[in-house]
Ligand binder design. Structure first.
Ligand code: M6R
Length: 608
């Protein structure tokens, strides 16, 4: 989604703003802008529709030595992508960049009838509102911002400047992340810590309801009710290498290929194969509490939801006494769902900032249910608001399509289930096969990626002209099929849907014709023969099947087979997902699309 950067210090502000925005590019955007100020308050405001490179081109003739400014990448919500709708917005003395949505902007706009609005955005209304308080003269900038925010409904991360006092930036947040980087003689602002790397590793993460007044040498934080907040400076854990392509053509391929390493990080110190145990410290629940859990609610969106669904199949296998419900956050937040008191909620999110998931977390907490985060982004809002958590530790995931996070989310949740099962006294001989197999997965993943990268590229080339795909699986292969279909549609814009094999005859079988191909996941196991019968039904109707299987004696006459060889049995579908990831990636490459930043999408969905 949108990105914010800001700089006040002794270096060139335009340089930081542009490089910072480039770091945030991966979040998805359609226009960008920066404003910088000289000592007298003279502003240089430059905006461009399109890419940061377009903004860079415009800035060549607007080069300034200014040492303070703010910048933004916009992902359109109110009003089309255009220069006039791009931020920073300038109203009166105020310059503002905003992430989030001002829900009552129409009402506020009506009340600000003495202002003429240039854009269609809600953000410009907020800039005008701040200006109206500032103009009254009795408020310094910070107070004017606070007065305005008290009237606002919605979500925001904002950075605000006034041309009357160009040496300070006021920032505030409610539901949209903001981090303040503390450097030597400089202070930096970003909506994502990755923009600060290479400048400082010291960061203050602003909390909802806080406002900070920032100068080159100071950061003063207060709540909207004017209570002082003592800033907690934390170390940013990510490093620069982790956010670079490392020789790969796209972040997506890098992230797919990184999975042996990233999963190892998820498992580090948590899996003890010698004693057949997992140890998860993060959830912070004593055994006595774990024993009482009777119900798990898993909440997520998109890939995080699919990961939850796949994990739920496993958790049900080895913890017979508990029920598992997996819910889509955007729906669940508005349902009148009753959650039994002996429940535990797993809040799954790579970014830790997804608006709907965060809203569910807050609702669930209100009901007094304990929450545990399955989060990747360290220090993110969800990670900070859950009662306990298990970081998946896969490092920054830059490509919009989530891959390495999925694999590790599944395993982190399965480990959470195993932790509960251990506490409930499930026989260790029953849990051991899961634990041993989990420990073997990084190496199994490495072998599969090495063997299948090139063949899957060739396979994708054969199917690149199709516009429709059906992904099929049963049992644990069904959520895997869902994730495969999501990946394909997301980056190659092919209409791909997933069905449980058993559902075919209830409708989807009618689709089978030459416009469709079918991606069938056929793990060896007790439902293999049933799935094969379903494949026969598709074949009999002229289906174009790509089968992915680990069955040694696979002899079906399908169009193409990806026969993976692995010692893993329980988690074979998770390994098959690697093939689906590679396939989606190479389909998008073959079609010539922007693989890392697919159209219309953003990495972190911080608005509803
Ligand atoms: O950051 P989150 O895990 O909360 O994000 C959830 C979804 O937005 C995300 O998984 C999305 O579906 C991905 N782009 C799928 O690849």
């Amino acid at each position: 989604m949108c990105g914010i950067v800001g700089y006040v210090g002794d270096k060139n502000a335009q340089d930081f703003l542009v490089s910072g925005l480039k770091r945030l590019e991966y979040r998805g955007y359609d226009s960008a802008g920066v404003v910088t100020f000289d000592n007298s308050g003279k502003a240089t405001l430059v905006k461009a529709k399109g890419k940061i490179a377009d903004l860079g081109t415009k800035l060549v003739s607007e080069r300034r030595e200014d040492k303070v400014g703010i910048g933004h990448t916009r992902w359109a919500t109110h009003g089309e992508p255009s220069e006039v709708n791009a931020h920073p917005h300038h109203v009166g003395n105020i310059y503002l960049v905003h992430n989030g949505i001002i829900e009552n902007y129409k009402e506020l706009k009506n009340a600000l009838s003495n202002y003429e609005f240039k854009s269609e955005t809600d953000s410009e209304v907020l800039a005008a509102l701040i200006d109206s308080f500032y103009k009254e003269g009795k408020y310094p900038l910070t107070n004017a911002v606070v007065q305005a925010l008290k009237l606002v409904q919605g979500t925001y991360g904002i950075a605000v400047m006034s041309d009357k006092n160009p040496n300070e930036i006021v920032v505030a947040r409610a539901g949209s992340p903001l981090v303040i980087g503390v450097g030597h003689g400089e202070t930096l602002i970003a909506s994502d810590a990755s923009a600060l790397l290479g400048h400082t590793k010291q960061a203050i993460y602003l909390n909802d309801g806080e406002v900070a007044t920032v100068t080159a040498g100071s950061v003063e934080i207060k709540t909207l009710n004017a209570e002082p907040v003592s800033a907690k400076v934390e170390e940013i854990e990510t490093n620069l290498a982790a956010i670079q392509k490392d020789g790969y053509e796209h972040f997506l391929l890098k992230e797919i290929m990184e999975q042996p390493k990233s999963l190892k990080e998820t498992l580090r110190g948590r899996v003890d194969t010698r004693h057949g145990m997992v140890h998860l410290g993060g959830p912070g629940l004593p055994e006595s509490e774990l024993r009482k859990i009777k119900h798990l609610v898993i909440v997520g969106c998109g890939t995080a939801y699919n990961a939850g669904l796949l994990a739920s199949y496993y958790i049900e296998q080895f913890t017979p006494e508990i029920t598992v419900e997996v819910v889509v956050a955007s729906e669940y937040r508005y349902r009148q769902a009753y959650i039994p008191k002996d429940s535990l909620a797993l809040i799954v999110s790579q970014s830790g900032e997804t608006a709907d998931t965060l809203a569910c977390l807050r609702e669930i907490k209100k009901q007094g249910i304990r929450t545990v985060g399955i989060v990747n982004a360290i220090g993110s809002t969800i990670a900070r608001e859950v009662d306990g958590g298990t970081y998946v530790h896969v490092g920054p995931e830059i490509s919009v399509a989530s891959t390495k996070a999925f694999t590790s989310q599944v395993i982190a949740m399965v480990m959470m289930g195993l932790t509960i099962a251990q506490a409930k006294g499930v026989r260790s001989s029953f849990l051991k096969p899961y634990i041993e197999e989990i420990a073997s997965l990084p190496e199994e993943i490495r072998k599969i990626l090495e063997e299948w990268n090139e063949p899957v590229r060739a396979l994708a080339d054969k199917y690149k002209e199709y516009d429709h795909a059906i992904y099929l699986g049963r049992d644990t292969a069904y959520p895997t099929a869902m994730e495969g279909a999501l990946k394909l549609k997301e980056i190659s814009y092919i209409d791909a849907n997933a069905y449980a094999f058993g559902e075919l005859k209830h409708g989807p079988l009618a689709l089978v014709d030459d416009r469709f191909f079918e991606f069938a996941l056929l793990p060896d196991g007790q439902l293999y023969d049933k799935a094969v019968s379903n494949v026969q039904e598709v074949l009999a109707r002229g289906g174009h099947i790509i089968a992915v299987t680990n069955k040694k004696e696979f002899d079906l006459e399908v169009e193409n087979v990806v026969k993976i060889s692995t010692s893993a049995k329980l988690f074979a579908p998770l390994l098959m997902n690697l093939i689906a990831q590679l396939f989606a990636y190479y389909m998008a490459v073959a079609k010539g699309y922007n693989v890392d930043q697919p159209r219309n999408l953003a990495k972190s969905v911080t608005v509803e």
